[in-house]
Write a protein that binds this ligand. Structure first.
Ligand code: AMP
Ligand code: MG
Length: 338
């Protein structure tokens, strides 16, 4: 394929992107979570191109993005009332809900599952694109396993020559992928991937909100992943990521004893980096800021050829849980408690 063209977020360019999608091509698109690699969700040939561009395992399902609530019934069935309650509250926005799929959704899109994850995004470019085309299947627009892209340049770095175009819509607002939930029964939901719609927010609308064990631990041997993405190493830069869980003075003590010239640290804005013997960057002062910055920082650290990066663990509540979950996977579950 020739070079990937860079489109603006003008109406004309969104129209061009919609035509590409209707013609079965793949386009990089800004969303409020991270950049997505979008294709016609109902066209198996188009969807296969997404898997090829990312190098994504075929059993890792894609989320289907919609423009209006009446598209839900086209894609899925047996939709619980709670689905609509949550849609009313959190859509358009960073929440994906899993329901049994209709035949119109190809197995290529659902990774072979009989269910489909549906989300109505809020980003105006993504919304307009879906309105002008079709329901859009879109995973994060990174090479499989690598940190998710939150700027158009990240998508170009990973996908140049592999997809038709990228729309530059600036930096993504939230910075981590959507919260993914399934329904255990009418009033109980299970969080399969934490995101910016938090457990605390969901708890206001459901009797019970279960945080799946695999969010904070490696998948147990022999257990089928309720969400196939849980099986794979994810979000990792080339540098070795090591999560350090503890207060800043203890973090410093550990780093002082265990670093060299090629070591970087990722710490909070409020931490005093001058106490560290190595290079450092900061990634925010609360869960939302850390979510916004984390993937861009991991990419920046790679560009500096760091060999090892010690990350001061975020708090594990609110949006912090989503950041912790991504870092845990980037670190291959290596956490040092200090
Ligand atoms: P990404 O496309 O990179 O944001 O990843 C989407 C994730 O959502 C996948 O890795 C899955 O784990 C999860 N997911 C999407 N659809 C389903 C589904 N039908 N059932 C379970 N998990 C899903
Ligand atoms: Mg992804």
């Amino acid at each position: 394929m020739e070079n990937t063209s860079l489109l603006s977020d003008s109406i004309e360019d969104i129209q061009k992107a919609a035509e590409l999608i209707l013609g079965g091509s793949v386009v990089g698109i800004p969303t409020e979570t991270v950049y997505g690699l979008g294709a016609d969700a109902l066209n198996p040939m188009a969807v296969k191109k997404i898997f090829a561009a990312k190098g994504r395992p075929a059993d890792n399902p894609l989320i289907v993005h919609i423009y209006s609530i009446d598209q839900v019934q086209i894609l899925g069935h047996d939709i619980p009332d709670l689905f609509y309650t949550l849609a009313e509250k959190f859509w358009p926005g960073p929440l994906t809900m899993i329901v049994p799929k209709n035949d119109i959704v190809p197995l290529e899109t659902s990774g072979g599952l009989e269910t489909v994850g549906i989300r109505m995004p809020s980003h105006p470019v993504m919304r307009e694109l879906i309105r002008l085309s079709k329901p859009v299947a879109a995973p994060s627009a990174n090479r499989s396993g690598y940190p998710s892209p939150t700027k158009a340049e990240h998508v170009i770095n990973d996908m140049n020559g592999k997809i038709s175009a990228v729309i530059d819509g600036g930096e993504c607002r939230y910075g981590v992928e959507s919260t993914v939930i399934s329904f255990e029964n009418e009033n109980t939901i299970r969080i399969l991937r934490p995101g910016s719609v938090t457990k605390e927010m969901l708890s206001e609308y459901a009797d019970d909100v279960i945080v799946d064990k695999a969010i904070l631990n490696a998948l147990e041997e022999g257990r089928t992943a309720p969400s196939p993405g849980m099986k794979y190493k994810h979000y990792s830069p080339k540098a070795d990521v090591i999560l350090i869980d503890g207060d800043y003075p203890d973090f410093c003590r550990y780093v002082i004893n265990n670093s060299d010239d090629s070591t970087y640290c990722l710490i909070y804005d409020s931490d005093n980096g001058k106490q560290l013997p190595c290079h450092y960057m900061t990634y925010g002062s609360d869960g939302s800021e850390q979510a916004h910055n984390i993937f861009a920082r991991l990419r920046e650290i790679d560009n500096l050829h760091a060999k090892k990066v010690y990350v001061r663990s975020p708090e594990k509540d609110g949006v912090g849980l989503a950041v912790y979950n991504r870092l845990l996977r980037a670190a291959g579950f290596e956490v040092i408690k200090v």
